[in-house]
Design a protein around this ligand. Structure first.
Ligand code: NAD
Length: 263
């Protein structure tokens, strides 16, 4: 897919370290010829991001807390000042209080419900509203990351499943709303991956192992595979795909039961 994104540029939100899904996507997009800008959450993450961004030829990094309108405004103002148009935004941001990513769903608190929804679902709408004026001339692609805990019950995923259901619905509404501007809106749904956010979910190791052992392709997804899907969606090859939730989970979602040898 070399150069399939040549001439395109965009914003990657959510690189915490080199295991982040956003980083897998950034690397694949860079290899496909795209120019990248990054957001990070606070100084400590900024320090970790700096060498990674440099390794893909980018010195364009902005501090953003997606719950803070002013920080989103200044990030998109900085983006518009440097690049009058962009072609894609990758939203790979989620958060929920770790104490509620374990145990019974019924104990979800109002405060953490609101915060999880705000960061993990609503922020995609805030990002889309600021990104679309920069895409109106040439069209563009908005991408977010979801997980099958949105539609099926996964142990300990709890309130994050509800937030992902909202995010997937927002993806469809945004796809319809922005289609008239030539902007496509899609979500990638990877299987479980070993990241900072992934590790916050109770029993993450067991979920990872179970998926690995039972997925039809016999393995969990890789950062490269998720990155490749993002490249396709942001490229002209994805020109007529919008409002879609694309699974990159080795086929795990088709199962009704574990593989026979694991029963
Ligand atoms: P990660 O910890 O590497 O990335 C999560 C990012 O969210 C971090 O960069 C963090 O700084 C950012 N973030 C959290 N709160 C924020 C805020 N208020 N403002 C700005 N940024 C904020 O973990 P990841 O697994 O790469 O997560 C990326 C996306 O992929 C998330 O939406 C996650 O739900 C999704 N996802 C993860 C898995 C998995 O198993 N790890 C599977 C499917 C989907």
């Amino acid at each position: 897919m070399s150069n399939i994104l040549k001439g395109k540029r965009g914003l990657i939100m959510g690189v915490a370290n080199d295991r982040s899904i956003a980083w897998g996507i950034a690397k694949a997009m860079h290899e496909a010829g795209a120019e990248l800008a990054f957001t990070y959450q606070g100084e400590a993450f900024g320090k970790r991001l700096q060498p990674l961004a440099a390794s893909v030829g980018s010195d364009f990094m902005v501090d953003v807390d997606v719950t803070d309108d002013a920080s989103l405004d200044s990030a998109f103002a900085a983006l518009a000042a440097r690049w009058p148009t962009i072609d894609f935004v990758v939203h790979a941001v989620a958060f929920s209080d770790k104490s509620e990513l374990t145990g019974r769903f019924i104990n979800t608190s109002r405060a953490n419900f609101k915060n999880s929804m705000d960061i993990s679902a609503y922020s995609f709408i805030e990002v889309a509203r600021r990104a679309y004026p920069l895409m109106q001339e040439n069209g563009g692609t908005l991408l977010t990351l979801t997980y099958q805990g949105s539609t099926r019950v996964v142990p300990n995923y709890n309130v994050m499943g509800v937030a992902k259901a909202a995010l997937e619905s927002a993806t469809r509404y945004l796809a319809n709303d922005l289609g008239r501007d030539g902007i496509r809106v899609n979500a990638i749904s990877p299987g479980p991956m070993k990241t900072l956010a992934g590790a916050a979910i109770g029993g993450a190791r067991k979920t990872y192992k179970f998926t690995d052992q039972n997925a039809p392709l016999g393995s969990n997804a890789t950062l490269e595979a998720v990155g490749g899907t993002a490249v396709y969606l942001a490229s002209d090859a994805g020109a007529f795909t919008t409002g879609e939730i694309i699974r990159v989970d080795g086929g795990f979602h088709v199962l009704g039961m574990p593989q026979q040898e694991n029963l």
